[in-house]
Design a protein around this ligand. Sequence first.
Ligand code: PXG
Length: 294
Amino acid sequence: MDKEKLVYLDGEYLPQSQAKLSVYDHGFLYGDGVFEGIRAYNGRVLKLKEHIDRLYASAKAIYLTIPVSKEEMFEIVLSSFRKNNITDGYCRLVVSRGVGDLGLDPKKSKNPSIICIANNIQLYPKEMYNVGIPIVTASQRRNKANAIDPQIKSLNYLNNILAKIEAGRCGVQEAVMLNEDGIVAECTGDNIFIVKDNIIYTPPISVGILEGITRNIFIDLAKKNGIETYEKEFTLFNLYNADECFLTGTGAEAMPVIKVDERIIGTGEVGAITKKLLELFHNLVRNEGEVIFK
Ligand code: PXG
């Protein structure tokens, strides 16, 4: 059996079977907390500062004060990879409101808990990255910013999980979610891009999406490589009639999409621009980021 991973829990690194939280933890009782998913490639943690900044921004939005500094959090993530001897892997960083009573009141939770789990993750089978995946549209709408803002990476993922269930019921791995107005927003754990006439489009934050860190890497890569790129609203019509489509996310990395709701996208094969960007991305992740073993 694999050696147990060490999990960071409130100041200690514990074997994962011993890393336990109270049943009174409000992260568990109410989904009251925030998280990040962070990847390491080739001994380097990708966009660690951006992930930590987003974690603190999410926490601020839900009125949660994280009990350690950003610098300390940086070290918690790096040590979690280091102590588990992981050079290529994934880390789930969670801050929960902490132990409270059986009422909603967050003031009763005096001590937010910090958890950092470093391990591996494989969201989709490897072969699929070469050929792309079919997706469907979820009937479940992405929640509105005036309910729970999708920019908050909160522990409440039911909106996305319900859409993921719909994908499964349709026999595919992923679903695209629209906002209230029928504008394409994002997938359940990834952002979406389309290519039309050699121009790249991805929904703007104002549509109601998580500002994906991988999304921002792709926007940058595309622009730096001379591909016209816009953050612009589009509908299912535009998605069905795109030449290419791909998804980006820390978990998913970059996944080509070859079919949406049974409509074949472009030629039905991974497009040239998608291929080029995937190559640039895989090159970037190996050579950028905070070094784990200094
Ligand atoms: N949209 C949503 C709703 C997400 O949850 C992204 C976009 C992509 O953001 P980043 O910053 O990762 O490029 C996410 C991220 C999982 C898993 O287990 C999901 C995410 C990240 C890691 C793992 O499905 N979602």
